[in-house]
Write a new protein. Structure first.
Ligand code: GDP
Ligand code: MN
Length: 381
């Protein structure tokens, strides 16, 4: 689970990390009111789960009321890398001299958490890591002892942080490590950690990802989940209990079993199509799960056709067929063409039950995938 910037900053502030004063707003009026309370200049920042908002136009600075209003109007409602912006964070603008990077994540190669510091903050740190890996100082931590203050100082000095703020940065780093550990984070990143003209440090941005399997013991963070979900389809998948991954193509894919879905995905690619999603409805899929799955791909506007690939083991072909028929009853006209391939237990019964006036049926997986790819191309034209 990925927290929004404003949520992560709330967690940071509670842990005693320096964060700018800020308020969330969902309209231009509310943004202006927040700015008046905070005092100009302010930064107005889109609250969507993507990096690089600055470059994409999702952050504007405002010196007065009219600038704040027009910035909020620009940003609210905009489409930022495919996500709709419906809230902005209005934040006291920071006057800075330097932008640092600090973060904590798991180094799987070393099998230990690693704290990172760089003076090349404010830009995409992956780019820095690729171009100039030495520009990032790393300190590995033994999780049974936690991060010792000397380890934080070592990393900060190795990174070449200015002496005036080095101790403050080191203390931010130890707090971040403690948060990472206490809050079951998989990743925490402050980019940039700004050095202000007054010689202080402040977390101008905040990324915090929480291990989903630990949410049961992070109740306050789990409560933030609904708001953090951001993506309607992913929220829907959570509700239905599906494993669902959104992809960039237009051929919707439903199957039972991760391996079977992966194979279907590969075949779609092989036959020149592009998968729109990965959706595994699991074993023993009953009619209701099948209609929920169809509901999901139908409500994905990127999907132009659907291939439904079921291998009946525990999941019986007749159950699936009833599920498909049931799901389709609600539509006068099918929103997108659906091609079904049933194999295994009760496959013949299933094919007989299927309402072939609305869905297309193929006996082999290859034929079903090819047909779905063709249908998607037709819609695309
Ligand atoms: P991201 O692009 O989504 O990572 O968003 P950030 O919060 O990291 O902001 C990107 C850039 O916007 C920063 O590196 C700054 O250069 C600029 N920025 C953000 N907040 C402020 C601010 O309060 N004052 C100033 N002057 N610039 C800011
Ligand atoms: Mn950032």
């Amino acid at each position: 689970m990925k927290l929004h910037e404003y949520q992560a900053k709330g967690v940071f502030a509670e842990a005693g990390l320096p964060t700018p004063e800020s308020e969330l707003a969902d309209s231009a009026d509310a943004a202006v009111e927040a700015a008046e309370r905070i005092g100009y200049p302010v930064a107005i920042k889109a609250q969507v789960q993507v990096g690089g908002r600055g470059k994409a136009g999702g952050i504007e600075l405002a010196d007065d009321e009219s600038e704040a209003r027009s910035a909020a109007e620009d940003i609210l409602g905009m489409d930022l890398k495919g996500l709709h912006v419906d809230r902005v964070l209005v934040e006291e603008a920071v006057d800075f001299t330097d932008e640092l990077y600090v973060g904590v994540t798991m180094d799987r190669g070393e099998g230990r958490p690693v704290a990172m510091v760089s003076t090349r903050g404010g830009v995409d740190i992956e780019e820095v890591a690729a171009e100039d890996p030495d520009a990032i100082a790393r300190g590995h931590v033994d999780p049974s002892f936690g991060m010792h203050p000397y380890q934080a100082r070592e990393a900060v000095f190795e990174a070449g942080v200015d002496r005036e703020v080095a101790m403050d940065v080191a203390s931010v780093l130890t707090t971040l490590y403690r948060l990472w550990d206490d809050r079951d984070a998989t990743e925490i990143e402050v980019n940039p950690l700004m050095v202000t003209t007054d010689g202080e440090v402040v977390a101008a941005d905040a990324v915090m990802n929480i291990d989903d399997d630990a949410l049961f013991r992070q109740e306050d963070l789990a409560e933030m989940e609904e708001e953090a979900a951001g993506d309607d389809l992913e929220a829907k998948a959570n509700e239905y209990g599906f494993d669902y991954v959104r992809l960039s193509g237009n051929v919707g894919i439903i199957g039972n079993g991760a391996g079977l879905v992966m194979t279907t995905l590969d075949l779609v690619d092989y036959y020149g199509g592009e998968p729109a999603n990965f959706l595994d409805i699991g074993g023993g899929a009953k009619a209701e799960r099948v209609s929920n799955a169809l509901d999901m791909v139908f409500s994905d506007e990127n999907v132009d056709s659907v291939v439904f690939n079921i291998f009946g083991g525990i999941t019986r072909g007749d159950e699936v067929a009833r599920g498909i028929n049931g799901a389709l009853e609600g539509f006068d006209e099918l929103p997108k063409p659906v091609v079904v391939r049933l194999a295994g237990t009760n496959a013949e019964e299933g094919m007989e039950i299927l309402n072939t006036e609305v869905v297309e049926v193929e006996e082999t997986l290859e034929a079903a995938v090819q047909r779905a790819v063709e249908r998607a191309e037709e819609v695309d034209q």
